[in-house]
Design a protein around this ligand. Structure first.
Ligand code: AMP
Ligand code: MG
Length: 392
């Protein structure tokens, strides 16, 4: 058996980030930056007011002043603010020449052009001014290669003057479910059939990632049918299968892939749930064979499929983040396999869910996190720190 960490490393080693394309800003959402993004402009480009009020010279306090002009966002006052003078100013407007401080409008009274101080006035010279370049200067690095392009980074790139970004192209990922017992969700199952829950689950897990899904449907436990279906994934970056991955008579995924010329490793990964996992390549396609048990499929997809997708998409940190948390129940000693314990938040602590059966979806559906308990961990009392992977 290999450890989950080792399996992760071997799976990521199967591929490198895919080709780079330049796309409009919004299409880059939720992808990873293929290159550093540097600012094409300085922000703010000049000193701007942070408030609505009046631009004055600090030395003129406590006033009074004569209002000589107005500066609005995008419509600067072209004149000069001299001694005893003020310019009406609005948030985001350029601070006029001559002025060095903003008085907020709540602290003055205005009668036509005459302005008098009614409040405490600005606390210091330069008050309420956003300095040119205080956010970033031209040529500053705004986004680093491998950064996730979340909404804030997209906004920063936009502010930096970019309408397009370089990202890795979307992956094509084929999802195949195999098992004679499977029917489409919603179809009649009688007593002996079972809805295919893995395919919609995997598709939903991949939904937020930059992926184009190829649905290879349900394939019976039949060599010829599997071979035909696998061939349809020839132009995909990843083929993910669920079911048929053990070594039973009906577990045909591996023999058929090998017949087709795949180079495959089959591992028993020392984890619970999970265990049987296949990984390798068929032509230029990376193949991941997940177990059929729904919870095992979920946990192995979380640990191996999603990181592979992130890695091929250019992510610098493709592995799931493990966060420290506290567990509100005692935990038993762990045997030779790393335990991924379904748990949900109760207040600020994680509560392990009762079922550990790898077929029980109802407890997975309640889980906010997987507590990671390394192989060989000792039993722990309530309130001990644990590491957890948060689920989306
Ligand atoms: P297998 O890996 O084919 O031995 O399947 C293990 C268990 O998972 C069996 O109980 C299957 O019925 C179940 N299973 C396999 N594929 C799926 C699927 N796509 N959706 C839900 N359950 C499945
Ligand atoms: Mg099966």
């Amino acid at each position: 058996m290999i450890t989950p960490d080792e399996a992760q490393a071997r799976i990521l080693a199967l591929g490198v980030p895919v080709a780079v394309e330049t796309v409009p800003l919004l299409e880059a959402t939720a992808r990873w930056a293929a290159h550093d993004v540097t600012a094409r402009r300085t922000q703010p480009a000049r000193d701007l007011s942070a408030m609505d009020g009046y631009a004055i010279r600090y030395g003129d306090l406590p006033g009074p002043w004569r209002v000589v002009g107005e500066s609005a966002a995008g419509m600067p006052f072209g004149g000069h603010v001299g001694t005893g003078e003020a310019a009406r100013i609005f948030t985001g407007a350029a601070v006029p020449d001559g002025a060095d401080t903003i008085i907020i409008q709540e602290e003055v009274a205005r009668e036509v052009d005459a302005l008098t101080l009614t409040g405490e006035g600005p606390p210091h010279q330069g008050a309420h001014i956003r300095r040119a370049g205080s956010d970033f200067a031209s040529d500053n690095r705004l986004v680093t290669v491998g950064d996730h392009l979340n909404p804030a980074r997209l906004a920063l790139a936009a502010m930096g003057g970019h309408g397009h970004l370089d990202v890795h192209r979307r992956l094509r990922v084929a999802i195949l479910s195999t098992g004679d017992e499977l029917v489409l969700p919603g179809a009649d199952t009688g007593n002996d059939r079972l809805p295919n829950s893995n395919a919609p689950m995997l598709a939903a897990m991949l939904g937020p990632l930059p992926v184009e899904l190829v649905d290879l449907g349900i394939v019976p436990d039949d060599r010829a049918a599997l071979a035909t279906a696998f061939a349809r994934a020839h132009d995909c970056d990843i083929l993910v299968t669920s079911g048929g991955a053990s070594v039973g008579d009906h577990d045909l995924v591996r023999p058929v892939l090998i017949d087709l010329g795949a180079s495959l490793d089959f591992w028993k990964v020392a984890m619970r749930p999970g265990k049987p996992l296949m990984a390798g390549t068929l032509g230029t396609t990376i193949v991941l064979g997940l177990p059929g048990n729904p919870v095992s499929a979920f946990v192995t997809a979380t640990l191996f499929l999603l990181p592979l997708v992130r890695h091929l998409s250019g992510a610098r940190d493709p592995l799931p983040r493990r966060i420290p948390a506290s567990c509100n129940a005692p935990l038993p000693a762990v045997g030779p396999r790393t335990d991924f314990v379904r748990a949900r938040w109760v207040g600020s602590a994680l509560a392990p869910l009762p079922s550990t059966d790898s077929g029980v979806l109802s407890s997975l559906a309640q889980a906010d996190a997987l507590i990671v308990r390394p192989a060989g961990s000792e039993a722990t009392p309530t309130g001990q720190p644990v590491e957890a992977i948060l689920l989306g």
